[in-house]
Design a protein around this ligand. Structure first.
Ligand code: SF4
Ligand SMILES: [Zn+2]
Length: 354
């Protein structure tokens, strides 16, 4: 397997992974979507009653939105998440009480008229924990309206709730393969002008291919080329993978976490299977092909049938149909002969005794 990163930013990554199959890249996609932890607001405490400002003016703690809607909107604000510094509350040394290793507390204190944004959330403590995207609207306040909220963000995963899904637009496509048959190509350049993503470029008089990974497989180049010189396909074991984050995580950190998580999950399965082995467990011998003739084609190891561990199923024996012969009527003479033979037998036995 090989990975080549072709574009990486804080909240976006695009890479080429080769030497793998669909199930492998899909397992990365699923781990990214469901298993990456991130911080999100879980508890919201909304102040009820009058709110006073520094000059003594009072505001009603009412808003045009229900409290539940405000709490829901706050839950979806991306909260900066440092996966090395923060952990799950129920696994924390504070025994779920809440501390700086598992929780971030925010206050939101605004008075109208104004629009309250995510950037108005004030972290209690580390100022770097302010939401990176400061322009997410929460609610609009009119004259004499105010809002005072205390909120707590905790770590979670998307399997529990979508607000803990930090990865979006995770997907992959097969790596495109664009070829020019130079025996047919007249370098006319029709493909250059028709391609929407500039896959074809002119190198001197010759048409060449640049950045084939950008090909959208629209096949316009095939349609325009009357000489049938352009071939479009894809590579079976090479994929272009891309995803973005909501800003709470760095894309590269998320990818590393997903890969480590997959590895740890498989280790867990191996350990579980190990505990299920009986004491006298022996690995199963691979089944060998058994034939009567020891000499097989070159490179194929045959063993004689009687030494084989593989016993072919017995073929059912076909029963021969019973043909009843017509019974002839016994003649009196033959009956007598039969009586003679049965009488002689004891005489023979007696002779042996003597
Ligand atoms: S299939 Fe479309 S995108 Fe791909 S090279 Fe041809 S014209 Fe360009
Ligand atoms: Zn804690």
């Amino acid at each position: 397997m090989d990975i080549k990163i072709i574009d990486v930013r804080d909240d976006f990554i695009k890479f080429v992974v080769s030497g793998v199959d669909f199930s492998f890249v899909n397992s990365i996609r699923r781990a990214l979507l469901a298993d990456i932890p991130k911080m999100a607001i879980e508890d919201v405490e909304i102040h009820l009653g009058a709110i006073s400002d520094e000059e003594g003016k009072t505001y009603e703690s009412t808003t045009p939105l229900f409290d539940e809607i405000i709490a829901h909107r706050m839950g979806l604000i991306p909260i900066p998440t440092d996966l090395e510094m923060l952990g799950f509350k129920d696994e924390c040394e504070c025994d779920g009480e809440g501390c700086i290793s598992c929780s971030i507390m925010y206050s939101l204190n605004k008075r109208g008229p104004c629009t309250v944004y995510s950037g108005d959330l004030e972290p209690l403590g580390d100022a770097t924990l302010r939401p990176k995207d400061a322009k997410i609207p929460i609610v609009k306040l009119t004259e004499d309206e105010g809002i005072l909220i205390y909120a707590t963000a905790v770590m979670g995963i998307a399997k529990t709730h979508a607000k803990w899904q930090g990865i979006h637009g995770a997907g992959y496509k097969l790596y495109p393969k664009v070829d020019i048959d130079y025996k047919k190509c007249d370098n006319g350049g029709g493909c250059i002008s028709i391609c929407p993503v500039n896959i074809f470029v002119k190198d001197g008089k010759k048409v060449k291919i640049a950045n084939p990974e950008n090909c959208t497989m629209c096949k316009s180049c095939i349609e325009v080329c009357e000489l049938d010189a352009v071939k479009i396909g894809y590579e079976d074991d090479k994929f272009i993978f891309r995803f973005e984050t909501d800003g709470s995580l760095y894309a590269k950190d998320a990818l590393l976490y997903a890969l480590a998580h997959l590895g740890a999950s498989f280790e867990e399965v191996i350990d579980l299977v190990d505990t299920m082995k009986p004491k006298d467990y022996k690995p199963i011998e691979p089944v060998k092909l058994a034939i009567d003739d020891e000499e097989g084609p070159e490179g194929v190891a045959y063993i004689p049938a009687d030494e084989s561990t593989h016993t072919p199923e017995e073929e059912p024996v076909e029963e021969e149909p019973v043909v009843e012969e017509p019974v002839e009527e016994e003649k009196p003479k033959k009956k007598a002969a039969a009586k003679k033979t049965t009488k002689k037998a004891p005489a023979k036995k007696a002779a042996k005794k003597k």
